[in-house]
Design a binder for this molecule. Structure first.
Ligand SMILES: CC(C)(COP(=O)(O)OP(=O)(O)OC[C@H]1O[C@@H](n2cnc3c(N)ncnc32)[C@H](O)[C@@H]1OP(=O)(O)O)[C@@H](O)C(=O)NCCC(=O)NCCS
Length: 158
């Protein structure tokens, strides 16, 4: 059973394990150190308390194991940007897809009208996650493959 939940200070060691190994190779960042992970969970708690929240960061919990992180960043016009990272030893179990599907539900309830996401062309697994979750591929822009999902129902016209 996969679920999304807020991060707590106790999650710092699990966060450091998520941001390690091959999982960081497409994120344009180095592996997270223990100190960075401890600072990160404190920062995330501050961002979660902001009003409005500029960036939601939620943990992906698989049967009590924190296996990843999903992010939803607020952009103008009720648009949200989605990103995610899963711990390398948990890849291939459908956790990212389940987490993104739940983030879509969360985003709709939070009032977002549309979502966007992108991935490096050399990272097809990420694109597969997005299309399985219902995103539409728009093509390559600025060297990245862009995706979009409308959350608002299309008005019925007579
Ligand atoms: C991309 C990532 C989130 C996928 O997580 P995951 O939990 O393994 O994803 P899922 O199991 O839900 O789905 C992965 C899908 O990609 C497919 N896939 C895996 N490797 C693939 C490849 N090389 N080419 C095409 N599809 C691939 C899987 O077969 C699966 O699809 P399926 O269910 O149709 O078989 C994970 O690999 C990750 O965290 N990578 C590092 C961070 C990252 O790239 N984040 C996205 C930045 S844009």
């Amino acid at each position: 059973m996969t679920g999304l939940r807020p991060l707590t200070a106790a999650d710092a060691p699990a966060i450091r394990r998520i941001y390690s190994g091959a999982a960081v190779s497409y994120l344009g960042r180095p592996e997270m150190t223990e100190q960075e992970a401890e600072r990160y969970v404190v920062e995330v708690a501050k961002w979660a308390a902001a009003d409005p929240v500029a960036q939601y960061i939620l943990g992906v919990d698989a049967a009590g194991d924190l296996v990843g992180v999903v992010k939803l960043g607020r952009r103008p016009n009720a648009h949200g940007r989605v990103s995610y990272v899963l711990r390398q030893d948990t890849w291939g179990h459908g956790y990212a897809t389940a987490a993104v599907q739940q983030l879509i539900t969360f985003a709709a309830a939070a009032g977002f009208d549309s979502l966007g996401a992108k991935h490096d062309p050399g990272n097809p697994a990420s694109g597969r996650v997005l299309t399985k979750a219902g995103f539409r591929c728009l093509g390559v822009y600025g060297g990245m493959v862009e995706y979009r999902l409308a959350l608002t129902a299309t008005p019925v016209t007579a």
